[in-house]
Design a protein around this ligand. Structure first.
Ligand code: ZN
Length: 285
C-alpha cells in the first residue's frame, strides 16, 4: 500500500514530505494503458501533487497541476484531495520514445519544455488560487522545484522517480520534497544540499529500503523525526449525478439529436475509465 510521511529535522530547520506511489502509479498505468515514458511522466506528477495535496490540511480542498510543454505527451492533468489521494489523465498515453543516452526514460522529451506548469489550489471557498511557471526541463521534479521557488518563495528540493519493469509494470515510484524553514542558516542549506546529493536517486532508495530509510538518508545528519503518516491511493470522485449534470449543461438541441441517433449517451470518466450510460429518461425534466 502507498503511504505518505511528513517529518522534520531535530532542530526544526528542515521539513520533509516523502511518498511511495507504486500501487497508485500502476493503477493509473492500467486505467490509461500508458507506455513507459508516459507512466513515468504521469507517475512523477502524481507523486508531486499527492505531497502538495496532503499539505493543504483543509477538508474538501483540492489541488490540480496541469503541464503542457508542447511535447508528444500533450497535456498532463493531476488532481489530489486534501489527504494526498490522486487521480490523473494524460492526453496521449501511448507515446513511445527511445531511451536517453544514460538509459533513462526520456520524460523531458515526452513532455517538452515549451509551455507551463500551472497549479490550481481550490480551498473550497469558490475562489481557486492559480500559479504558473514556465517549464524548465519537462522532467517534472525540476519544474515543480521552480514552482515552489517562484510561486511559494520557499527554497525546496524535490525529487521524483518511477521505475518501470520490462513488462511495463511499475516496480517502484515515489518522491520527496524538502523545504528549508524560514530563518534557516546558510550553513544548514549547504549541509542539506550535500545530504540530498549523497542520497541519490529516489527509485534506488525505494528499491533498497523503506520510506523511513529514504527520509533518514535524505536528511542524514539532521536527525529527522517522523510526525505523520497517511495512506494514499488512486481515487476518483466521479459519480453518476456529477456526470449527468455535466451532460445536462450542453445544448438541449444537441442533446436531443444525440439521443435520437443512439437512444443513449455513453460517457467515460477521463480519470478512472468508469462508463456511465444515460437514456432519454434521465433528461426528461
Ligand atoms: Zn472517475
Amino acid at each position: 500500500m502507498d503511504r505518505l510521511l511528513r517529518g522534520i529535522s531535530a532542530d526544526g530547520s528542515v521539513k520533509i514530505t516523502a511518498v511511495t506511489t507504486k500501487d497508485l502509479t500502476e493503477k493509473a498505468r492500467r486505467i490509461h494503458s500508458t507506455l513507459p515514458v508516459i507512466t513515468a511522466a504521469l507517475g512523477r506528477t502524481m507523486a508531486a501533487v499527492s505531497m502538495m495535496g496532503n499539505a493543504l490540511k483543509k477538508e474538501g480542498a483540492s489541488i490540480t497541476a496541469r503541464l503542457n510543454g508542447g511535447g508528444p505527451a500533450g497535456t498532463i492533468l493531476v488532481t489530489s484531495d486534501d489527504k494526498g489521494n490522486v487521480r490523473g489523465y494524460v492526453q496521449n498515453p501511448q507515446v513511445d520514445l527511445p531511451l536517453k543516452a544514460n538509459g533513462k526514460l526520456d520524460v523531458g522529451g515526452a513532455v517538452g519544455t515549451d509551455g507551463m506548469l500551472t497549479v490550481m489550489r481550490d480551498l473550497g471557498t469558490g475562489e481557486p488560487y492559480n500559479g504558473s511557471v514556465e517549464l524548465v526541463s519537462g522532467e517534472i521534479a525540476e519544474d515543480f522545484t521552480r514552482y515552489f521557488f517562484e510561486s511559494d518563495q520557499v527554497p525546496t528540493a524535490c525529487a521524483l522517480g518511477v521505475l518501470v519493469d520490462r513488462d511495463q509494470s511499475v516496480i517502484a515510484a515515489g518522491g520527496y520534497i524538502v523545504q528549508l524553514m524560514p530563518g534557516a542558516e546558510d550553513e544548514t542549506a549547504e549541509r542539506l544540499e550535500r545530504s540530498v546529493q549523497r542520497a541519490g536517486a529516489v527509485t534506488n532508495m525505494l528499491m533498497n529500503g523503506s520510506l523511513e530509510d529514504l527520509i533518514y538518508k535524505v536528511l542524514d545528519g539532521f536527525d529527522p523525526k517522523i510526525l505523520e503518516e497517511d495512506p494514499v491511493t488512486y481515487k476518483c470522485y466521479c459519480s453518476r449525478a456529477k456526470i449527468r449534470n455535466a451532460i445536462a449543461g450542453i445544448d438541449k438541441n444537441e442533446l436531443r439529436i444525440m439521443l435520437e441517433e443512439d437512444k443513449s449517451i455513453e460517457v467515460k470518466c477521463q480519470y478512472c475509465g468508469e462508463i456511465y450510460t444515460f437514456t432519454e429518461k434521465d433528461f426528461e425534466e
